[in-house]
Design a protein around this ligand. Structure first.
Ligand code: TXA
Ligand code: MG
Length: 353
């Protein structure tokens, strides 16, 4: 799960003022081939401090293995309302509640179907969000007035440690959408978080710098409110992987659940995004490395695999904006593995509505 990526071009003074404290870590991640184990090396005391910041009702942006999240105490309405304000997100778009262990599922959810327990046991901690009937703890200000709640146990060791500390201090879960402005590209590094929402944070908030996210695209969201699971948002965990590991088939019926990933336009940079079009001189290109670059076109990334493509995609879209490109042409990869999630995100970024 490695990705080659140059430093962002614009790493300048946006960090200096009004952006909360920055905590840095010396870490070593290793993404195991089986998918779900990460080895860690970071300073626990700063995570304790960040957990206290959350308990006090302030915000903490933190890395997950998918993208960075903007966290708040999921039982604190004023903290959660600051998340909506920082993102500029409409209040009826629900937030995912992050918990430290599968054992806490039933704090937030009720009438959990057997297949959801199977999914959780198999894929948590990991890049999967389950939508479940809510318990009394999941109030309207989290669920966007729906009767369902989104739950995830992230695999990133910093996120997990933050959750455990937060729960030790009496917290129940951290509400965390991706730490970007509504409709914009999700952040995959602390620099991206600063760029997106830094000016909406204050000195009591914290950004945990946990390096780049390993996957780089948001979690697979699975609707578990019916007799069969349905995928609402594709991600690293694909239909095939999920079906191979549990006994239930994934339903192909289109879910009626409302979620912002269903919006036609999302994940969008300022540049216009075109799919499978030849770029003109001065325009940007995102494609697998076996695509050659036309004369005077700005090559943003050249990933060798779909995993690398996913890992570098959001960086490349941001890079295009930093360079002031008017248009970025993306050549879609095949839909193998994380390919279907890439196609989903690029298609939404390219939508003109
Ligand atoms: O990988 C991820 O899922 C990241 C990291 C930070 O965990 N989070 C993330 O959150 O992508 P967000 O809010 O940017 O996208 C979550 C999606 C939204 O489309 C939201 O509408 C949907 O999940 N969602 C959350 N709770 C829901 C619920 N109760 N019912 C239906 N959809 C829900
Ligand atoms: Mg998002």
């Amino acid at each position: 799960m490695k990705g080659r990526r140059p430093r962002p071009l614009d790493d300048g003074d946006q960090r200096s003022k009004g952006i909360g404290q920055r905590l840095s870590y010396q870490k070593k991640f290793k993404w195991d081939d089986t998918g779900m184990k990460i080895f860690q090396n970071f300073k626990g005391d700063q995570i304790t401090q960040a957990a206290q910041v959350l308990i006090m009702g302030n915000l903490v942006a933190f890395p997950t293995e998918t993208v960075y999240g903007l966290g708040a105490d999921a039982t604190n309405p004023s903290a959660v309302s600051r998340v909506y304000a920082a993102k500029g997100r409409p209040k009826d778009h629900p937030l995912i509640v992050h918990i430290s262990t599968v054992n806490h599922m039933s704090l937030w959810a009720s009438e959990i179907p057997g297949y959801a327990f199977e999914l959780a046991a198999r894929f948590w901690p990991g890049p999967m969000t389950l939508i479940l009937p809510r318990s009394g703890l999941a109030k309207n200000f989290i669920t966007g007035n729906q009767n369902n709640v989104g739950l995830r146990v992230p695999a990133n060791p910093i996120a997990l440690k933050l959750l455990s500390r937060f729960e030790e201090f009496g917290g129940f879960g951290i509400a965390a959408p991706s730490a970007n402005r509504f409709g914009a590209v999700s952040p995959t590094s602390a620099d991206d978080v600063v760029e997106e929402i830094g000016q909406h944070l204050n000195e009591n908030d914290v950004i945990i710098d946990g390096d780049r996210c390993q996957i780089g695209l948001e979690s697979t969201i699975i609707d578990c409110t019916g007799s069969h699971p349905q995928i609402l948002r594709p991600g690293f965990l694909t239909k095939t992987v999920i079906e191979d590991s549990i006994k239930t088939r994934i339903s192909l019926k289109i879910s009626t659940i409302k979620h912002s990933g269903k919006l036609k336009k999302h994940y969008s940079p300022r540049a216009k995004v075109s799919i499978n079009k030849i770029p003109c001189p001065g325009e940007g290109l995102i494609a697998l490395s076996n695509f050659s670059t036309p004369h005077k076109v700005v090559r943003l990334i050249s990933p060798d695999t779909n995993d690398e493509f996913a890992n570098q995609l959001y960086f490349a879209l941001r890079q295009g904006d930093h360079l002031g490109l008017k248009r970025i042409c993306v050549y879609l990869p095949d839909d193998n593995n994380i390919g279907s999630a890439i196609i989903d995100r690029v298609s939404k970024a390219a939508s003109c509505d």
